[in-house]
Ligand binder design. Sequence first.
Ligand SMILES: [Zn+2]
Length: 287
Amino acid sequence: MIRIGTHLSISGGVSNSAVEADRRGYGAFQIFTSSSRTWKQRLPDKSDAKSFSDRIRSRGIVPFAHIPYLCNLASPNRDVLGKSVIMLRDNIESCNMLGIRYLVLHLGSHLGEGSNTGIKNIADSINSVRDSLGELTLLFENTSGYKNSVGSTFTEIGRVIEESGSEGIGICLDTCHAFAAGYDIRDRDGLNRMIEEMESNIGFDRLGLVHLNDSKFDLGSTKDRHWHIGKGYIGMKGFENLFGEGHFSKGNFVLETPANDDGDDTTNMKAVRAVLKKVGLERDVVP
Ligand SMILES: [Zn+2]
């Protein structure tokens, strides 16, 4: 079974995103549960939250939440770290109100203090919120390998999971970030190298979501610049290679491709469907 969709706006109320996902025929989608640009996170109002959760449950659509990029659980700066943990708590509460079972978070930056410090700060933060998780799983997303970032390799993400106590934790694979970090998923050898590293350090049972993004920059650029499916350096062949591999022939896939024009999401979803058709997976897509 394959569920695909895009990141959607919550403008006008979070339940609008569920209506839109349903209208577009998505099997999965992703939202920010509050403003992605402010530290202060608003909880959804109760009736809006109920319409959201009623809609996704009745239609069998799987929603994902993404924490805002301001959140830096690896930060050595006490003020930023404190605000990040509050943001995480608020996001967990919103997800539980909305019936969302997965929250994606970037592992942040250690700002030059070294990855050990970063990993310890993340693990302490996760442990401090664990009791509030309930049914929610936190998905650690791989990063593009920009300077001082934590989590650009699956070996390092495996360490973070281990230090964080592993319960209630999964991962989100971002194809653009992996490619920017040097995993050449376009060819069989490069993809196999990534799969082996994921398998031995994390395990595929923890893969909750794939962010399907092409990359505006070339292999190993460390630049986090998502691009339209098939139009970047990964290209249609690269995505065919990915979906053609058994580990990625099922699961949840969300696009975070640029959506400047109304038609961008439609064009990118069509490109993904063309890839799925090419590798014979079209019939596995739900709904
Ligand atoms: Zn992503």
